[in-house]
Design a protein around this ligand. Structure first.
Ligand code: ADP
Ligand code: ASP
Ligand code: MG
Length: 406
């Protein structure tokens, strides 16, 4: 008997009609004889609204209370789906993170799952009960609700699939698979039948929202078979697989973008040993992730300009942390800029091919798009550009790398 985890994202549970549609999909899997656990997101738009209310209540809010508020969306959909399933004659029960329990490290707002107690759930699933689990949440060592970062229901699903030793984890969303780039921006984006864990990880971490980065990390570590597919059609989806399973390897397999980063430039920072540590240390202590970094060559040997990116959501906090250290760091001015987008081209083929970065810079130059920051890894090249060029850059690069659908 197969054991399947199905995850339904926000658009798939956006209203009662869609929740009923989801219930029918779950029923199909149950009727096929599978043991099923379902993970649900909040109705689309709900988490954004909850986050906005939290920010309105307190701009530099206590993350424990943030979690109390933003985790509530998933509670509603878990209960509603359990009811819709019961209405179809299926034995179903909803579960919140603390009830299972799903233990996390308790870092509020971006907690990591540490373990999931599945004994009771497995016993019930064997008796034919469907578990409907609220995604995005767990319980921390402080015994409080902790959420897993935006898009975290994907991670709830993959973690649950790993803990349940499920045969497959189906991620149902509003597109029918993983595409060469966001199909909502590039109409010529092509659906991939398969993508490697590694490329999916890079795509996700560079902003492709279709899977949360940690969910891919977890799938890779626990070898969970993840499939991305649409809850609105029966089209085959995309399987995330090992590299050996891909016969025809592309040099560039996908392009991602992220509007979630902001740029900070520190002007005239003292150019002496220890300054980078003095800047990035306090940011790390405040749990602010720094991504791209450029330090310019010092003009006068005494001061230099330093540019880096932080999550847009952490920009205000980052500025506050740095301004508080202004005396020690001795920079002349701090310039925040949230009008930026990071565009990344990704492909395992880059390991053995040169010229990918050159082609990227050339393509952007032809469109007169200025590159502000560059960073590279073994299988990706990223650039930071002004946000207004997002669509233009993505379409031009998609064509330049030969990814357009026929
Ligand atoms: P859900 O609410 O189901 O979790 P998300 O909005 O988080 O859905 O993720 C699905 C969205 O991801 C799609 O609607 C699409 O716009 C976006 N997306 C970005 N990059 C890609 C890609 N490479 N392939 C498919 N979808 C992508
Ligand atoms: N509802 C949460 C969010 O919007 C989690 C998720 O949908 O995966 O980020
Ligand atoms: Mg999502």
């Amino acid at each position: 008997m197969a054991r399947i985890v199905q995850k339904f994202g926000g658009t798939s549970v956006a209203d009662m009609d869609r929740i009923k549609n989801v219930a029918l999909r779950v029923k199909r899997e149950v009727d096929a004889g599978s043991e099923v656990a379902v993970v649900v997101s909040a109705m689309s738009g709900v988490t954004n609204q909850l986050v906005a209310w939290v920010n309105e209540a307190h701009k530099l809010h206590d993350t424990r209370e943030y979690d109390t508020v933003v985790a509530s969306g998933e509670q509603v959909t878990a209960g509603l789906l359990a009811l819709a399933l019961q209405n179809l004659g299926i034995d179903a029960r909803s579960w919140l993170g603390w009830q299972i329990p799903i233990h996390t490290d308790g870092v509020h707002g971006k907690a990591r799952i540490q373990d999931i107690q599945t004994d009771d759930m497995i016993r019930r699933m064997k008796e034919g009960q469907v578990a409907v689990v609220a995604g995005f949440q767990g319980v921390g060592p402080d015994n409080r609700i902790s959420t897993l970062g935006r898009g975290g229901s994907d991670t709830s699903a993959v973690a649950l699939a790993a803990a349940l030793k499920a045969d497959r984890c189906d991620i149902f969303t509003d597109v029918d698979g993983v595409y060469t780039t966001d199909p909502r921006i590039v109409a010529k984006a092509r659906k991939l039948d398969k993508i490697t864990y590694e490329e999916m990880l890079e795509l996700a971490s560079q902003g492709a929202k279709v899977l949360q980065t940690r969910s891919v990390e977890m799938a890779m570590n626990h070898r969970v078979r993840v499939q991305v597919l649409s809850s609105f059609s029966d089209a085959p989806g995309t399987m995330v697989v090992d590299e050996e399973e891909i016969v025809e390897k592309q040099i560039v397999s996908g392009i991602a973008y992220s509007r979630d980063e902001a740029k900070i430039t520190l002007l005239k920072v003292q150019d002496r040993p220890g300054v980078a540590a003095a800047i990035f240390g306090p940011l790390a202590d405040s749990a602010i992730n720094v991504d791209m970094i450029v330090q310019n060559v010092s003009d006068d040997g005494r001061t230099t300009d330093l540019t880096f990116t932080v999550p847009k959501a952490d920009l205000d906090r980052a500025v506050k942390v740095l301004e508080a250290k202004r005396g020690d760091l001795g920079f002349q001015a701090l310039k925040p800029d949230s009008n930026v987008v990071k565009v990344s081209v990704i492909g395992v083929g880059m390991r053995s091919h040169v010229g990918v970065a050159k082609q990227m810079f050339q393509t952007l130059a032809e469109k007169s798009i200025n590159i502000q920051v560059i960073s590279t890894s073994e299988i990706k090249v990223s650039v930071l550009i002004a946000e207004e060029y997002t669509e233009l850059a993505l379409r031009a690069l998609h064509t330049a790398y030969g990814l357009d659908a026929n």
